[in-house]
Design a protein around this ligand. Structure first.
Ligand SMILES: Nc1ncnc2c1ncn2[C@@H]1O[C@H](COP(=O)(O)OP(=O)(O)OP(=O)(O)O)[C@@H](O)[C@H]1O
Ligand SMILES: [Mg+2]
Length: 459
């Protein structure tokens, strides 16, 4: 038991090897599921076929070549016997003619000659090997063969007592060559099978892509495609069903939260209005002023809440030209006396909830305009993102506060300057909206000297 438990400590190599292997695979495998699956399918097929082809071919060629070589060498041995034992009346001319007519061999006798020095053996020649073996077995005399020289023929010479017999046979007679048909068949059927597999595979991968698109869209606060429903293999369907249920739960939760917020705000507003009325009835004494201010602030807060809750509730995302939206915000700021300059990049179209995003950007612009003289807004497209920045030349926010100001009701002004109005909800609402679009807001330092708020949303 202890030995087993200690095993990983003593034997870390397989683990690191395995990790390295999986890292290697990660790095070198194609990224897409489609390509990966194809590789997973093709590799074993190619391997299997290669092995089968190799084994089959080797054996098939070997066997056929053996039979053909044997036939040729037996013919030769018969010719030699005719020459040696029955020479008169069987003259060399008769033997040569018979060999040509009946055996399709070109034979010549070269009296008084010696065998040429042995040829260097071709390295990987089945024919040479087989033919030599059969020569040894059937002819049993010193011989010399050349299977390389003249491509369509094989040259065989045998040392006889007084001469040399030289036989030239067609290579086809000794060697099986037509097996490429087999390979063609194999490749052809593999291609057909592969095409079918690719078609099936596409159909299997489509539901996964659709699920990914639906989930992505949901993350960016967009509508799911109307025809989205669980499809494909059981596992993919399960994932799709789980996604749909999750989306439903999140949506109903948000709905519930918003409805509750709206309800509470609404009820409180009624009470506040009543309080205000009662205060007005009580007269105009100066000590009432503080109470009135407090009530006004509470009302302002509730308006913010209500506006937020209403806007988020049922607005649908739609293609929107962000340039036009920013222009509108600039114009509205101008009517209330704020000076905002604008720089717009190209292709600023994306799918957003227009009113919500407008509130988000307007919150940033209002903040900037409240603290600074000059406000500069710019919008740029970076690959799959839109970046909208709002910069000002005001006091900025110290770095350690840049996350805290996003908390609801958090206001720096309390420490800095009591007189500004505000509830401290602006930035938290803005960030909420940005995140609902799959983006975010970050704060930094502007080259103008004040705060730089960057809003990023996916295209
Ligand atoms: N451009 C800015 N320059 C300096 N300080 C800022 C800037 N924008 C925001 N702040 C600080 O961050 C705090 C939080 O801002 P937020 O917009 O959340 O609240 P608010 O503006 O005070 O109230 P509301 O927006 O709800 O009316 C502000 O109180 C302010 O002190
Ligand atoms: Mg604000």
């Amino acid at each position: 038991m202890t030995a087993f438990q200690n095993l990983p400590d003593h034997d870390p190599l397989p683990l690191t090897l395995r990790r390295r292997f999986s890292r290697f695979l990660e790095r070198h495998m194609p990224e897409r599921l489609y390509a990966r699956t194809l590789i997973i399918m093709i590799t074993p097929m190619v391997l299997l076929q290669s092995v089968i082809a190799f084994v089959f071919m080797e054996r098939h060629w070997d066997k056929v070549t053996k039979h053909l070589s044997r036939a040729v060498t037996r013919d030769i041995s018969m010719l030699i016997e005719l020459h040696e034992k029955y020479s008169p009346p069987m003259t060399d001319e008769i033997i040569t003619r018979m060999a040509r007519d009946k055996l399709a061999l070109t034979v010549s006798f070269l009296p008084g000659m010696q065998l040429p020095p042995p040829q260097p053996k071709p390295f990987f020649s089945l024919l040479d090997r087989r033919l030599s073996r059969e020569m040894v077995r059937n002819v049993k005399l010193p011989f010399w063969i050349d299977t390389v020289g003249r491509s369509n023929f094989v040259d065989i010479r045998v040392q006889l007592k007084d001469s040399i017999i030289r036989v030239i046979a067609r290579r086809k007679r000794a060697y099986a060559k037509n097996s490429h048909i087999f390979i063609l068949w194999m490749l052809g059927t593999s291609l057909v099978l592969l095409t079918i597999a690719v078609i099936f595979l596409r159909n299997q991968i489509r539901p996964i892509l659709q699920l990914a698109e639906a989930a992505e869209g949901f993350g960016k606060g967009r509508e799911a495609p109307a025809d989205f429903r669980p499809r494909g293999a059981l596992e993919v369907q399960r994932a799709a069903i789980a996604f749909l249920q999750m989306r439903e739960r999140i949506e109903s939760q948000i709905e519930q939260r918003t409805a509750m917020l709206a309800g509470v705000s609404h009820d409180l507003r009624t009470i506040l209005t009543r309080l205000n009325l009662q205060l007005a009835l009580l007269g105009d004494e100066p000590e009432m002023q503080d109470m009135r201010d407090d009530i006004a602030e509470m009302q302002h807060m509730l308006e913010d809440y209500l506006a937020f809750a209403r806007g988020e509730g049922d607005e649908k995302a739609a293609r929107t030209n962000i340039g036009g939206l920013l222009e509108q915000i600039r114009a509205e700021a101008a009517t209330s006396g704020q000076k905002v300059t604008l720089t717009l990049g190209s292709t600023l179209e994306t799918t957003v909830k227009r009113n919500a995003l407008k509130r988000c950007i307007a919150n940033l612009v209002n903040n900037a305009a409240r603290f600074a003289e000059n406000v500069h807004v710019s919008a740029m497209r970076h690959d799959d993102w839109l970046e909208i920045t709002v910069e000002d030349d005001g006091p900025g926010i110290p770095e350690e506060m840049r996350e805290q100001v996003f908390r609801p009701f958090f206001r720096l002004d309390v420490a800095r300057n009591q007189n500004t109005s505000g509830t401290g909800l602006g930035l938290s609402i803005a960030r909420d909206i940005a995140r609902n679009h799959g983006g975010d807001i970050t704060l930094g330092e502007s080259s103008l000297g004040g705060l730089k708020a960057s809003l990023r949303i996916p295209v």
